[in-house]
Design a protein around this ligand. Sequence first.
Ligand code: HEM
Ligand code: HEM
Length: 158
Amino acid sequence: MSYWFFFNSIVFIYASWQVLQHFSYQPTYTHILFGFLGLLFFLFNWTRHAVFSTIRTSSNRPAKIRWVNLSKVIRPYHRWIGTSALVMIIIHAVLIIQRYGIYWTSTKMLSGLFALTTLIAVVLSGWYRLVKPSGWIRRLHLRLGLLLFVLIVLHLWF
Ligand code: HEM
Ligand code: HEM
């Protein structure tokens, strides 16, 4: 099993806890709900990396076949879940900016804007990878995904 399953679960638990805290003191929380949905969609797609790593490193053949089959079932949804994550986060950003305006000095806002820019790059590289697969675009899609993971952790932390 890849250690990425563990990291992804920690981020999921931490974000759920933050979101529940928002719900307990904010009268309106639609902006938070869209951020959380975008995060869930991202984590679902990012877990593909954990699955691929497990398939590559596992020596247990029946387990490997099970992971490969699961991966095949999920494959057609990957692109739409990734694109929906972008739509959710754009709505999150619009609602936040309507509510608070843009604060260039806020680390929460800056980390969010960097994460959004990276998410756009992940989605574009994903579509390009689908149309014209090659080694460099595979690496780019994966590295942008990793960068996005780090930026989202910072966004939740600030
Ligand atoms: C991939 C991109 C993004 C994800 C996954 C995401 C996710 C989240 C989540 C789950 C929350 C609620 C938990 C918390 O407060 O930590 C949140 C809050 C927040 N996000 Fe984002 N976000 C993203 C992009 C953005 C962008 C682009 C902006 C700026 C326009 C932004 C600004 C904020 C702000 C200001 C809050 C705090 C809201 C409040 O306290 O009422 N986020 N985000
Ligand atoms: C939240 C956004 C996304 C994330 C985090 C993400 C992440 C990943 C990861 C981790 C992999 C496995 C990498 C590897 O080891 O090769 C992958 C594969 C792939 N991704 Fe994405 N992705 C996202 C969105 C998209 C979108 C919108 C598309 C559009 C078509 C896409 C197309 C692909 C393709 C074609 C593969 C190759 C494997 C397969 O066909 O399943 N991705 N992605």
